[in-house]
Design a protein around this ligand. Structure first.
Ligand code: SF4
Length: 386
């Protein structure tokens, strides 16, 4: 038995360590223990073993742009600060000219992915969504990956078009849709659904959209919103349900645990997740989701410093340069909330903690550019172990 591992993991988690070491699947009870042990270092150590087994020191990022096409929404989720409301964000709805203007803003950056989500705006017609996808898909001569619409938007699009979910997805794919982002369910728990987002689709409906997407060969990303009213049991149950669905569909690319931002929501009284909570959710996701290749740390929500640490706690993906993300910020007029890392800052963020920055496309194919030295020839900074 490796003594060093026992020192870090502690006697009480050594049975889980043995499973991780042997590549065995962890149980629901293991997941609960990983959330409840005070030994975060031990949990991160185990998650890092899995991360390095799959990806070594590589840390992926993508050059992406976000477009949040409308903030008008009739679902009123209690955890959401994005939708337009009295005393909150002013309503907006982008027409095609506005979307084009935004795409043109970043024409000089070699963006490979456009990520689009929005509110459930009953005024938007079926063709609006098709036009939106078509516009983005054809916006760059070299092509761009269109990742758009959470499951709740897909249900809305199908309803407004009076077509089945399958037909809506087929039409969107024909227009240029390449993948579905995560989101739309937040956490697979009937209790949390009832209490926080009862007007949105429920867990079974969300899974149905996933199954149809998988049947059509449309890849999807998965998420878990944590740090609101969910319990450890509900977190683990979410991960187990996602793992079972992935066993069945095999179409999920990445899990992104999302750190809840209470400001300007109906849950403002809840304290924001700590670094312990952020890192633990990354690490437990890595350990429980043995059928997911990638775990993402979304720096926009958990901050750059926590993402740097997360690269040693199970995350192999630091998301992207992220132009114009509007979802978690309450202040400012529409249009002045641009949040982005430059390419150099992204690489620095990753390499400062001893990881290797690798630009990827939306399917994790590595992108090598003439103006950026290949990974093998870059001089790495000395390891800074967190
Ligand atoms: Fe609407 Fe989405 Fe916000 Fe819920 S989370 S209120 S569906 S924009």
């Amino acid at each position: 038995m490796p003594v060093a591992a026992e020192k870090i993991v502690g006697q009480d988690l050594m049975d889980i360590f043995q499973k991780v070491d042997n590549g065995e699947r962890l149980t629901f009870e293991d997941g609960i223990r990983l959330y409840q042990t005070p030994n975060l270092t031990g949990v991160g150590f185990m998650a890092n073993i899995v991360r390095e087994r799959r990806h070594g020191a590589k840390t992926y990022f993508v050059r992406n742009q976000h477009i949040n096409y409308t903030n008008i929404c009739n679902k009123f989720c209690k955890f959401c600060s994005f939708y337009a409301k009295k005393g909150g964000p002013a309503p907006y709805e982008m027409d095609m000219a506005e979307v084009k203007r935004r795409l043109d803003w970043h024409k000089d950056i070699p963006i490979t992915e456009v990520h689009m989500v929005g509110g459930i705006n009953p005024r938007l017609k079926y063709n609006y969504y098709l036009d939106l996808v078509r516009l983005v898909a054809t916006s760059r001569p070299e092509g761009v990956h269109v990742k758009a619409f959470t499951a709740v938007e897909i249900v809305q699009i199908a309803q407004i078009g009076k077509v089945s979910i399958e037909q809506a997805l087929k039409d969107l794919m024909e227009a240029g849709l390449d993948s579905l982002p995560g989101g739309g369910i937040e956490i697979l728990s009937d209790r949390v659904h009832r209490e926080l987002f009862g007007k949105k689709l429920n867990g079974e409906e969300w899974k149905e959209v996933s199954r149809v997407a998988a049947k059509l060969g449309l890849p999807q990303y998965a998420t878990m919103l944590y740090g609101h009213i969910e319990t450890d049991e509900e977190r683990v149950d979410h991960l187990v349900q996602i793992r079972e669905l992935q066993d069945e569909t095999k179409h999920f690319l990445t899990m992104t645990p999302l750190s809840f931002h209470p400001e300007a929501t109906e849950l403002e009284h809840i304290a924001q997740p700590t670094a312990d909570t952020d890192l633990r959710n990354i690490a437990v996701s890595r350990l429980m989701l043995d059928n997911f290749d990638h775990i993402k740390s979304f720096w926009i929500m958990n901050t750059v410093p926590v993402t740097q640490m997360a690269l040693w706690y199970g995350a192999d993906d630091a998301d992207g340069l992220v132009h114009e993300y509007e979802i978690t910020y309450k202040d400012g007029e529409f249009g002045n909330k641009t949040q982005a890392l430059t390419h150099d800052n992204m690489v620095r963020m990753i390499e400062e903690v001893g990881r290797v920055a690798v630009e990827r496309d939306s399917f994790y194919n590595e992108i090598v550019r003439d103006d950026v030295a290949p990974v093998q020839s870059r001089t790495l900074l000395p390891l800074t172990v967190v």
